[in-house]
Write a protein that binds this ligand. Structure first.
Ligand code: UTP
Length: 422
């Protein structure tokens, strides 16, 4: 009872009393869970986030400039050899860990299940998880080690994801070297700043974005595990790109030789008006600028070689030095709000079905971490070799386009192998 009174007081103070609307209907366990959920809410943060929704997003003052990049396909034979050696040495010494961000909801794909379990329609019917696991397994064989593979899930999909791995015998990967951890969540708010109640009578929580990866690595113990294993570089990539190249010695070599604490892979923007974020320098620090933030003139600007000045798309494939992850994880990244559709129980206990966006969701973006770097190595890779995003159910960046890219890339690889053997 004491706990209940304490919660009531906190809710009154923060004007969030609607959160107990279903309390009486819950069983004892449910009541306890709801009270604990409320006690875990950082109301100062929630109030601040709500205040921020009223402020216009202001990017006008930022100084946006192009960033230098290395084109992987244009390295000389000597440079390539040198970088490869550096990267391979680091991998063989067990300095690399790979991390897959698999906590997203995959709303645009509209698939009912963790995105990593999705079958893009190959003859083999391999899931995205299996497809991205294969190159790590090949690297393990090549370098005679086992690279630890960290997988970030969400509260929503963790159980299903772990069960999928178990059912598939971890795709032949050593079970002890796959480490799952759950990302953080934040409450969703209505237009008045009230935290929503979900259909079960609890708080309506949503994953806190891919930028939540650092904080959840710290809170879950995954980061400690990496530090204990003396990992130096962590490749952090998405679950929804079957061509993701997580074990890339050249990428490590570039970061090492440029003495950067992070590196990001880019692909050339397909066309100036493509709706993607591009690498840039923001107030002299590495950053990603969204297509909405730059003018048409900037999007179209080309250099003397005819290349787009802001043409290096961020593909969510980044490498971070563990020392910098330790620092970033201890400091919160900013949250960005999105206005989404969310069903909820209103203050009278009635279910409200949303037919249009009605609620704020707060997400951190991984690239906001770049702003804490003095410099960052950007490495341009070939779209057809490393980027087959699965975002939408149909059309661009869909299972169909990803499948085609995947098949073509592997056909090409096979041809090269046959030529080498012949
Ligand atoms: P996206 O931002 O494209 O989101 O994720 P999504 O959830 O896959 O799809 P939509 O926007 O709902 O349609 C890019 C990568 O970041 C991960 C995703 O799983 C994907 O690998 N991610 C995203 C998380 O791990 N957590 C999040 O909170 C958001």
């Amino acid at each position: 009872m004491e706990k209940y009174e304490k919660v009531k007081e906190i809710l009154k103070k923060n004007n969030q009393e609607q959160l107990l609307v279903c309390y009486d209907k819950l069983d004892d366990q449910g009541k306890e869970k709801l009270l604990d959920q409320i006690l875990n809410v950082d109301f100062d943060l929630i109030n601040k986030l709500f205040e921020n929704t009223k402020k216009p997003v202001d990017v006008g003052e930022d100084k946006i400039e192009p960033i230098e990049y290395v084109d992987k396909s244009k390295l000389s034979k000597e440079e390539y050899k040198k970088l490869k050696q550096i990267g391979e040495d680091a991998i063989k010494e067990g300095k690399l860990a790979v991390l897959t961000m698999a906590g997203g909801q995959g709303t645009r794909l509209g698939y009912n299940g963790p995105k990593g379990t999705f079958d893009i329609g190959l003859d083999t019917h391999e899931s995205l998880f299996e497809l991205i696991c294969k190159p790590i397994k090949n690297a393990n064989k090549k370098y005679g080690i086992t690279i630890p593979w960290y997988i970030m899930t969400s509260n929503e999909n963790n159980k299903e994801t772990v069960e999928f791995f178990e059912k598939n015998n971890y795709f032949g990967y050593p079970k002890q070297d796959i480490i799952f951890f759950i990302q953080g969540e934040l409450p969703m708010l209505d237009k008045e700043g009230k935290i929503l109640v979900n259909e079960q009578g609890f708080l309506k929580l949503a994953a806190d974005g891919h930028g939540g990866v650092f904080e959840s690595m710290l809170k879950s113990g995954a980061l400690k595990d990496m530090n204990d294993k003396k990992i130096k570089w962590v490749f952090i990539g998405p679950v929804d790109n079957p061509l993701v190249n997580m074990v890339d010695p050249i990428f490590i070599g570039v970061a090492e030789t440029k003495k950067c604490m992070a590196a990001g892979k880019s692909v050339v923007k397909a066309r100036p008006e493509e709706r993607v974020g591009v690498f840039c320098k923001r107030n002299s620090k590495p950053s990603v600028v969204e297509y909405t933030e730059i003018s048409e003139e900037m999007s179209n600007k080309r250099d003397a070689n005819g290349e787009l000045v802001f043409g290096e798309s961020h593909i969510n494939c980044n490498l971070f030095n563990i020392d910098r992850i330790n620092e970033i994880a201890a400091n919160k990244l900013p949250y960005h709000e999105a206005f989404k559709k969310a069903n909820y129980i209103d203050k009278n206990g009635n279910l409200v079905i949303a037919d249009k966006p009605n609620a704020y969701k707060f997400e951190a973006f991984i690239f906001d971490a770049f702003q804490s770097m003095e410099s960052m190595a950007v490495m341009r890779v070939k779209r057809e070799e490393e980027f087959a995003p699965v975002k939408n159910a149909e059309g661009v960046d869909s299972p169909e386009t990803a499948r085609e890219l995947y098949i073509n890339f592997h056909k090409k690889l096979e041809k090269v192998r046959t030529q080498e053997m012949g």
